[in-house]
Design a protein around this ligand. Structure first.
Ligand code: GLU
Length: 324
């Protein structure tokens, strides 16, 4: 069997908080258990949201937690570069191939046009409203005409009436219809490459066999699977872990107090304590007791990961904000 290769692929748009730290820990454990290779990739194609200093902070914070990687932006590796903003020509080449094969088409709609399309039902949760297909069947003449006043975005033409199913290592069997989210953007009109395309190309190029990430990306997976198919690339196995919620039932955020790694560290909390809490919240430990990441490797099993949304109690939040 091919060597297991996994990755943590954060967008450097903020500091690591306990939600994405937990994803990093679980992805790391999955691969370390298999004696595989763990890749760190910085997903900074969205230049407006990404900051170089956040990328540096993420690397530092992961090291502080005791997580290491075999390939990454700071140490290189056989599939370098490991920073998406340095891989743009690869994405452009793939786009050209998709265009040639008729998989993508120019779209002249503004966001307001899409929002206004009266019949648009809600799209996939993580992707905003469903694109109603307005520009999919424009004639060449119409395209030329619209192109005079507007730079288009490019959309991937999802196959019609296809059912897409896959087995998720945590969430179980998933079935989607190919048109649930509509055709999605692979290149924005300002030139930015879409997340779906970049992530698929990079995971394939870096020979990733196992993607473990947050369940907010579960419904992106059918789109990514269609891209793998169109690009004749082999898809990895997927496992989507439930997100963390605060005591009020809202998705965990700064509002809930000391949830970023720097605030936790500044409060004097030791990395082992953080790891213990994250492992407990994931179902890998019965008690939130201090532990080093390596000590958890024998305990790791995808089947043990809690499948329901995880609530971080006020007591645990208190533990993360003070040395006790
Ligand atoms: N860069 C994405 C994020 O930080 C994760 C992408 C992925 O794991 O597929 O949300």
């Amino acid at each position: 069997m091919a060597e297991a290769r996994g990755r943590f692929a954060p967008t450097p748009s903020g500091e690591l908080h306990i939600g994405n730290m937990r994803t990093a820990l679980l992805a790391w454990l999955q691969i370390r258990k298999e004696n595989g290779m763990f890749v760190l990739r910085i997903e900074d194609i969205d230049r407006q949201r990404s900051r170089r200093n956040y990328a540096e902070t993420i690397l530092r914070d992961m090291r502080w937690l005791g997580l290491d990687w075999d390939e990454g932006p700071d140490i290189g590796g056989p599939f370098a570069p490991y920073t998406q903003s340095e891989r743009l020509e690869r994405y452009e080449a793939a786009l050209a191939g998709l265009e040639q094969k008729g998989w993508i088409y120019p779209c002249y709609c503004s966001r307001a046009d899409i929002m206004a399309a009266a019949s648009a039902p809600h799209g996939l949760e993580s992707e905003g409203p469903r694109y109603p297909g307005t520009c999919r069947h424009l004639s060449q003449v119409e395209r030329l005409d619209k192109g005079k006043s507007k730079t288009p975005s490019y959309r991937f033409a999802m196959p019609e009436d296809k059912s897409i199913s896959f087995h998720d290592g945590v969430a179980g069997l998933q079935c989607y219809s190919s048109d649930s989210g509509g055709d999605f953007v692979v290149k924005r009109s300002d030139g930015m490459i879409g997340y779906q395309l970049a992530v698929v190309l990079d995971d394939a190029a870096m020979e990733i066999t196992d993607v473990l990430r947050g369940s907010d990306l579960l419904d992106s997976t059918p789109r990514q699977l269609m891209l793998y198919e169109a690009l004749s690339l082999k898809a990895p196995r997927f496992a989507h872990v439930p997100l963390l919620y605060g005591p009020d039932g809202k998705r965990l955020s700064k509002r809930h107090g000391s949830v970023t790694l720097s605030s936790i560290r500044n409060a004097g909390v030791q990395p082992e304590r953080v790891i213990g809490i994250l492992a407990y919240l994931s179902g890998l430990l019965d008690k939130a007791e201090p532990v080093k990441p390596g000590e958890l490797i024998p305990h790791f099993q995808l089947q043990r990961i809690i499948r329901e949304p995880v609530v971080v109690t006020t007591d645990l939040l208190m533990e993360l904000s003070s040395y006790t």
